[in-house]
Design a protein around this ligand. Structure first.
Ligand code: KG4
Ligand code: ZN
Length: 335
């Protein structure tokens, strides 16, 4: 069954699954009228990672001004909205609760349907915000702080997971490596910055897991730790070269395994998304090496944002209609 979508359908997206409080208004699943993200990165940086209770309390403080800002930038009123879409999982329970309850309040106040969104599916739908030439079947790589999944997508809301990480996610590996190298937090951007001054000359392992579409990054992280503990490490290596080598190891595995699976499955396109897709080395290597067209959203739509929640909401509404008002959070939701 499909549901009728109205022309110029305006959906407010709300995202609070982790440490970004985000709200957006998107028309017809692709036209971004506003997209506001308040990052808590400075607050969590002093702890070297996300502190869940601090994150949820910060969402409570930030959500109202962020939503109001998104409404005002979009130059619409709440009454002009047609639906509200909100992330209900996966993520931190306390953080998700803030967004879901706030979305319920908006939905009830303005008599709007509420659409519960899977954050991972929304990462994939970030691709629909800048491209309207997407073709099924496509192979989607989601590389974020908590996930490294390969998803075969045969239509809207038709997902089949064919690969996952067996241990650390790619973004998590970047974050842990940055801590080992004392570069700061979050790891991806600081490793990318350091790597831009180095060359990938240090030998580090790659887990190919032949015969499987799964990933594994914990061995790479352990190898990095052992390298930094080796005698005369600082005399023998430059941090930038180590950062570039670590980044290259992750990029090689993500690109090669995704491209090989895409060729085997005879897909028409590869869609890359999630925070790690903001990495410039990954983006360059995908485009350079893939014989199949690769679509990657601009970096600001790869990391967590609410425009992707609203875009996903548009397509989910057309497939499934709205969710119930008693929608609960599901911290361990998967695809
Ligand atoms: O998708 P995202 O914003 O949040 C989750 O859903 O997890 O991804 C966050 C992850 C973090 O681990 C961060 O280090 C990584 O994405 N990341 C990057 C870059 N920017 C963010 N990793 C590599 N290179 C980047 N430029
Ligand atoms: Zn995310």
């Amino acid at each position: 069954m499909t549901y009728d979508i109205i022309l110029a359908m305006k959906i407010m997206g709300i995202e609070t699954s982790c440490d970004e409080t985000a709200a957006a208004v998107v028309e017809d699943g692709s036209n971004i009228l506003s997209n506001v993200v308040a990052s808590q990165v400075d607050i969590h940086a002093r702890y070297g990672g996300i502190v869940p209770e601090v994150a949820s309390r910060q969402h409570l403080i930030t959500i109202l001004p962020i939503v109001k800002h998104a409404i005002s930038l979009a130059k619409v009123s709440f009454t002009a909205l047609d639906a509200v879409a909100v992330t209900y999982g996966p993520g931190l329970a306390g953080s998700l609760l803030v967004g879901v309850n706030f979305a319920k309040a908006i939905a009830l106040s303005f008599d709007l349907p509420i659409i519960g969104i899977n954050h991972l599916e929304a990462h994939i739908y970030a691709n629909w915000l800048t491209q309207n030439q997407l073709k099924f079947p496509c192979l989607c790589l989601i590389a974020s702080g908590g996930h490294s999944d390969l998803i075969l997508m045969t239509g809207h809301n038709k997902f089949k997971k064919i690969g996952r990480t067996r241990d650390d996610a790619a973004g998590e590996a970047f974050d842990k490596a940055a801590r080992i190298l004392d570069l700061g937090y979050p790891g991806g951007p600081v490793i990318q910055a350091s790597a831009s001054n180095g060359i990938p000359s240090v030998r580090l392992p790659r887990a190919w897991l032949r015969g499987s579409d799964d990933f594994s990054f914990s061995g790479l992280k352990t190898a990095l730790l052992h390298l930094t503990q080796s005698p005369d490490y600082l005399k023998n290596y430059s941090i930038s070269d180590v950062a570039a080598s670590f980044q290259q190891a992750i990029v090689d595995v993500l690109t090669q395994k995704t491209i090989q699976a895409a060729i085997r499955l005879k897909v028409k396109q590869i869609l890359v998304s999630g925070g790690v897709a903001a990495n410039s080395a990954l983006r360059d290597q995908f485009v350079k090496e893939s014989p199949i067209p690769v679509i990657i959203p601009p970096p600001y739509l790869c990391t967590d944002n609410a425009a992707m929640i609203a875009a996903c909401g548009y397509y989910m509404f057309s497939q499934n209609g709205s969710s119930h008002y008693d929608i609960d959070v599901v911290p361990s939701l998967s695809i």
